[in-house]
Design a protein around this ligand. Structure first.
Ligand code: FUL
Length: 498
């Protein structure tokens, strides 16, 4: 009897010990700057559209000088519901409209200027493009946002303090009269020659100080607390330009930069591993060569494989894709752009429809505290809030995916749990072929640095491989890696030829 009692006591002690160890397994501490709730929500959007439409549409220009007559704005069939339909079919989750481009013409009847739709023949001067689009977006479940050019080539007082008040008054109109906005876009092209109320001269401003951004930001935050600020010109906003309009982010792409100091093309493309602020990159590009519609570019609409290339190099490189659809003079998006957008999204959906990790077993070389809460299986449970984590101090670790049978694939998707910071610096992917681990290289990478950052989402494209085992190894990480998702796919379409 005594022996049994001793055994029971020993077992209870062991169980208590296990419980104690479990209780000690803590959630990983955040690593470096982390995203705000707004930035996390924005990152989930993945793709949203730009719509470029203004007097330029009627003058066949990209940058209006500011002296074009508002009477030129006269679309015969303007239909914002068509734009929304086109964008939705292209997989866009929201739309950013050029409410005012550099020429200064306003697509809404601003109370602060005559230079708007109210002095155009369209809808007898009673129309409001911003309102029609905001309503169409709301009805179809798309988010809405505006581009408001700080540079204004029409305004007589551009360059003086008075213009900054005008700019802010207009922004207030937009932020208070059209419902929720997910982003405001303050273009970086600033100052230069223009009409400026008839002065016809060149005006230079210091884009970091002239607009008094801190005050404007305070207003945006007060009026629309969930709205993100994109600013390429002055004060660092919440999001950064990716440094090119050609539709790609760097293969290495940190969502961090320093709050102060200039951003050159390298920093915009790659971010800064040691940056002190979370400012993720947004990749903007147009479905055509120009931002505005030009009939001469009807034959140059991006192909599905070019659009897929942009997708892999933006959404697949820890960025979002902001894809522009220009509006024609009649007020509609061209049918070719519309069909191309829909075909592109069909291709995205088809490529990522069957995740081959379902049914596979995922094991890890290290699991934080051997605790189920941080198990490797969390990467395939369809829950973005769970993740695989290693013990603190373990920054080299592997995940092995066992498909149980030979499986063909050519795409790998991986996501970090970025709510606790971006961590991974370097990783490898290997397939077990004829008993040997063969490295899988990124076919779209522009350098030989191998696989580097992951961030919100990284997609690696490689030639089709057949294997029953795939291994992901984190080789270097700022702190214990946290992966919330992995996915394996077999895309049928070939990659864009170089
Ligand atoms: C640039 C502008 O100058 C172009 O016209 C366009 O609006 C593009 C999205 O941003 O800086």
């Amino acid at each position: 009897m005594k022996r049994w009692m001793n055994l029971l006591c020993a077992m209870v002690a062991v169980m208590a010990g296990i419980a104690e160890v479990r209780a000690q397994v803590t959630v990983p501490a955040p690593c470096g700057p982390v995203p705000s709730a707004n930035q996390l929500r924005w990152q989930q959007m993945k793709m949203y559209a730009f719509i470029h439409y203004s007097l330029n549409t009627y003058t066949d220009q990209e940058w209006g000088y500011g002296d074009e007559s508002p009477t030129l704005f006269n679309p015969s069939d303007l239909d914002c519901r068509q734009w929304v339909k086109v964008c939705k079919q292209a997989g866009m989750r929201g739309i950013i409209l050029t409410a005012k481009h550099h020429c200064g013409f306003c697509l809404w009847p601003s109370a602060y200027t005559y230079y708007s739709v109210k002095n155009s023949p369209w809808r007898d001067g009673k129309g409001d493009v911003v309102r029609e689009l905001a309503e169409a977006c709301r009805d179809e479940g798309l988010a809405f946002a505006i581009y408001l050019s700080p540079w204004d080539r029409h305004h007589a007082r551009y360059g003086e303090a008075e213009y900054v008040d005008y700019f802010r008054n207009q922004l207030r109109e937009l932020l208070t009269q059209y419902g929720d906005m997910f982003e405001v876009w303050f273009d970086g092209a600033n100052g230069g020659d223009g009409w400026y109320g008839g002065a016809n001269e060149t005006r230079r401003i210091d884009r970091t100080t002239y607009y008094l951004w801190p005050e404007t930001y305070r207003m945006v935050r007060a009026l629309q607390p969930e709205c993100l600020i994109w600013n390429d010109g002055g004060d660092r906003g919440d999001l950064r330009w990716i440094g090119t309009e050609a539709g790609y982010a760097g293969t290495t792409n940190w969502s961090l930069v320093n709050h102060d100091g200039p951003l050159d093309e390298q920093l915009l493309q790659h971010g800064l591993e040691t940056g002190d602020s979370w400012v993720p990159g947004e990749t903007n590009t147009s479905i055509r060569p120009g931002w505005f519609y030009h009939a001469s570019e009807d034959g140059q609409v991006k192909t599905v494989s070019q659009l897929m290339d942009c997708y892999y190099k933006s959404v697949g490189r820890n960025s979002t894709l902001l894809l522009n659809f220009p509006v024609m003079p009649n007020g509609l998006i061209h049918p070719v752009d519309s069909v191309r957008g829909a075909e592109f999204y069909e291709m995205v959906q088809q490529t990522f429809a069957h995740d081959l990790v379902h049914g596979a077993t995922v094991t890890a070389t290290n699991v934080r505290g051997n605790d189920q809460r941080f198990s490797a299986q969390n990467t395939v449970d369809n829950n973005p809030e769970t993740y695989w984590a290693t013990d603190d101090g373990v920054t080299i670790a592997s995940l092995t995916i066992d498909f149980a049978r030979p499986t063909e694939f050519n795409r790998f998707l991986v996501e970090e749990y970025i709510a606790l910071g971006q961590r991974v610096r370097k990783f490898t992917l290997e397939a077990l072929v004829d008993g040997e681990w063969q490295p899988l290289k990124d076919s779209l990478a522009d350098t030989d640095d191998g696989l580097t950052t992951i961030g919100h989402r990284r997609i690696v494209c490689f030639p089709t491989v057949t294997t029953s085992r795939l291994r992901l190894t984190i080789l270097d990480s700022k702190a214990c890696p946290l992966l919330s998702r992995i996915g394996v796919y077999n895309a049928l379409a070939p990659l864009n030829p170089p």
